[in-house]
Design a protein around this ligand. Sequence first.
Ligand SMILES: [Zn+2]
Ligand SMILES: [Zn+2]
Length: 208
Amino acid sequence: MTLQIETIVLGSLGTNAYLLKNTETNHAVVIDPGMKPGALLRRIEPLQVEAILLTHAHFDHMAGVDEVRDAKGCPVYLHDLEADWMTDPKKNGSARWPEVGGAITARPAEYDLAEGQVLKLLGTEIRVLHTPGHSPGSVSFLWEDRLFGGDALFRLGVGRTDLYGGNERELHDTLHNKLFKLDDAVQVYPGHGPKTTIGYERANNPYA
Ligand SMILES: [Zn+2]
Ligand SMILES: [Zn+2]
């Protein structure tokens, strides 16, 4: 089975949407459909989308969710600690930056995510790690040696913890007891900025 991973950078905050595609079946999974998802919608037009996975419900990661689910008829997965963020601009952060996109809301997710859950999608297994701190319901998706980590870990940085529900101690715990425990070779696909690896971050990240 060959899974192809594509990055599509969306919106003025440069949020990475990821498209996981099984090249044999033309089925796909979308991770974090952010603001102004036109480029993503064009890309998935010929594909059957099995699911939209959200690393967390900040507006720059979920603003495009209704456009994608309406176009493709697919369900949305989100950690239950952020179940009510989709409909709440204060919680999803959009109320704080009105100049970016106004108050952003979306319909609630169809399915909850939880630590240790294994999603059977695209003919493979995607494991859910609860990686809170940047937000309480932040999760990372692990497929083989690829980690889609949202805003927990960036190349040489980590997610901010000063937004609604953020928690520095939880983020520290996520980094040291979960993410940095993964193998060196695990490739990290973050919510913003370039790819990195667990080994590189464990050696070079100022928070490691
Ligand atoms: Zn965020
Ligand atoms: Zn973000």
